[in-house]
Design a protein around this ligand. Structure first.
Ligand code: NAD
Length: 425
């Protein structure tokens, strides 16, 4: 049966709702989005033909604050993917305890095949079509897969043109100097490593003596690889997807991948150039080789549903930690196998919460029109991530429960408190 991330997100939620005896009305409210906006965006392409793109902006829950969540450009984008991602955003904001709710957006498109002008018209069209649904106090998008600071700036500019004023808090992940926060580009990947380091310390594992294999070398994978290496870890494999032939490849260097040099030979979509990588001494292996590499830590940082019942057996016996940097990279069906194998799981919406946390800082800075130094941003980010990490770890150890369930428990209880206090249930 085809993987459905929304069913997965609901399965994870149902399990913990049962564990904590969540009342029925809260379950009914929280197991699906509160509001969905499905629309089309007509874009005049460079050849003069108008193409119609399917788009979504979905608000899962905003009891704790304005909805917040990325906007993806992906050819296989579906309403169910955006629903799942919006749900995970609610839990993500709650687990790091920032005053925001969960939302997500997506456009079914392939930016590899679009000129910059076409991408700009798509961004502006997205805002025109969803204007009533967006706003600094309503729902605030941010970059995600295949979207970046430039897309965010076009969207802010369109919003401000329509609104007739300056609203830098309407979107985050903007370029520094035009409402962006220093440290935002690094934030998600760095946040992954802040949590990983804290968890390894608590488990008595020295990061210096560990090896890792990373799937994906986009915004998240690149910065995770950089900080992990900077702190003394050894990245053995990094994989990426190549649009040219529709295949993914694993780049391996047993002595350690150099994330800085790989970043210089990747394109704007996170595709590592095979020929240049070979010249730099990397072995170029099949796309799934990252999964079976003999390392201590696996860091999936690409897509959802990458570790499945079908390929779980490929994971090397050496793997001690699975740190989910992507959203939903492991299908729920694998949770039992992970526990059985004794792999220490760092769940996605905790591991990758650094992006939204820094987006929240960006909004705070925009509201004050006063911007912090990079050091200040990253210091605050480290504190937030480590606090969240410790709360989840302590609960998991104290109650002897699975790490994913512990993260869900904390998040669901916080959101449940908010919906009760508001009198929604
Ligand atoms: P991105 O578009 O910048 O990069 C994606 C990377 O994954 C690219 O290197 C691409 O080549 C690679 N990839 C795609 N398909 C692959 C495959 N089949 N095998 C190997 N590599 C593949 O995306 P990103 O922003 O880095 O996001 C990655 C994941 O992290 C997504 O799940 C996203 O939702 C999640 N996430 C992103 C942020 C953020 O701030 N960007 C925040 C939280 C979560």
């Amino acid at each position: 049966m085809a993987y459905n991330p929304y069913e997965d997100a609901q399965t994870q939620f149902d399990k913990v709702a049962n564990m904590i005896g969540l009342e029925q009305s809260a379950r009914d409210l929280l197991r699906e989005p509160m509001k969905e906006f499905h629309f089309t965006v007509p874009v005049r392409m460079d050849d003069g033909v108008t193409k119609i793109f399917r788009a979504y902006r979905i608000k899962h829950n905003d009891a704790r604050g304005p909805a917040k969540g990325g906007l993806r450009f992906h050819p296989q984008e579906t309403a169910d993917t955006v629903r799942a991602l919006s749900m995970w955003m609610t839990w993500k904001c709650a687990v790091v305890d920032i005053p925001l709710g969960g939302g997500k957006g997506g456009v079914a498109c392939d930016p590899h095949l679009m000129s910059l002008g076409e991408q700009e018209r798509l961004c502006r069209g997205f805002v025109r079509q969803s204007f009533s649904q967006l706003g600094p106090n309503i729902d605030v998008p941010a970059p995600d897969m295949m979207t970046n600071a430039r897309h965010m700036l076009w969207m802010m500019d369109e919003y401000e043109t329509l609104a007739g004023g300056h609203y830098p808090g309407v979107i985050t992940g903007k370029p520094v100097g035009i409402g962006g926060s220093l440290g935002r580009t690094d934030a998600t990947g760095f946040g992954v490593i802040y949590v990983l380091k804290d968890m390894l310390d608590r488990e008595g594992i020295d990061l210096h003596n560990t090896t890792a294999s990373i799937q994906g070398f986009g915004n998240v994978g690149e910065y995770a690889a950089k900080l992990y290496s900077q702190w003394g870890g050894n990245v053995i494999c990094i994989s990426s997807y190549d649009q040219a032939d529709g295949m993914s490849y694993t780049f391996r260097k047993k002595t350690g991948c150099n994330a800085e040099e790989l970043a210089r030979i990747k394109d704007a979509f996170g595709t590592i150039d095979k020929e240049q990588a070979k010249e730099l001494g990397y072995e170029v292996l099949p796309g799934d080789a990252w999964l079976s590499e003999e390392v201590d830590i696996l860091i999936p940082a690409a897509l959802e549903d990458q570790i499945t019942l079908e390929n779980f057996h490929q994971i090397s016996k050496s793997v001690r930690v699975l740190c989910e940097a992507a959203n939903g990279p492991t299908s729920s069906a694998c949770d039992q196998l992970i526990q059985k194998r004794g792999i220490f799981l760092i769940p996605d919406f905790l591991a990758n919460a650094g992006g939204v946390t820094c987006s929240y800082y960006e909004q705070v800075q925009c509201n004050m029109n006063f911007f912090w130094s990079r050091e200040e941003v990253l210091e605050r980010l480290n504190d937030s991530m480590v606090n969240a990490s410790r709360a989840v770890y302590d609960l998991a150890k104290g109650e002897d429960i699975y790490m994913r369930d512990a993260a869900y428990m904390i998040a669901i209880e916080r959101v449940n408190d908010a919906i009760k206090l508001r009198g929604w249930i």
